[in-house]
Write a new protein. Sequence first.
Length: 223
Amino acid sequence: MSKIIIIFVAILFASIFLINCGSNSSSNEKTDSIKEYKDSIALDEKAEQDSIVNSDFKTKIQNTYSNIPENNYDLLVQKFVNKEKDISEYNKWLANIVENEFDGDTSYMTKKCYDYVYDVIDNIWGYDGSIDDKTLNKKWSNQYDLKHSNFEHLFEDGNGGWGTKKLTKVEFLGELNNGDWFKLTIKGGGGENDFSTTLIRVIKVIRKGNTFYVDNFISLTKE
């Protein structure tokens, strides 16, 4: 009889132990589930906060770099906001204006930039009645970089006209002051198949609808 009681008690304790184990396992699973849910919410909140911060940062960058003086290229080049950009449309347009240059053509330049370019070329050629250095400096030094205004023409040089000219490289420098900036490498010369001279030009291009306009023109040292 005592043996039966002992066996019964053993079975009872075993059942209680199994029930407790099952209860603890269920409780642990529930705790883990709650933790995962809270972690998921925390991650979502962090992602949303990061998105807001990044958006605010981009806006701040755009606002900061929307009114930078353009009269010092050495400082200006440090401010360009570079990013991935499809410039295929620009490439075709740039090749066209370089290879079909007309110094008197205003159709691809803003009025202000054309007036500046015209005054620089007029000053360099130095004909009677041309704008003098003092007037040129007073008129344009606050808007354009006169240290890099050593150009006789836009996309060639000399006084005889080039017989050969080709835009060989277009480098997108970045965005600044509501425009896209490009560094152009142009090769050519006075004779046929003459690529003896290399010119480097930096231009700012603004877009209005489907039309592009040069809004700043910088001539770097010849290579």
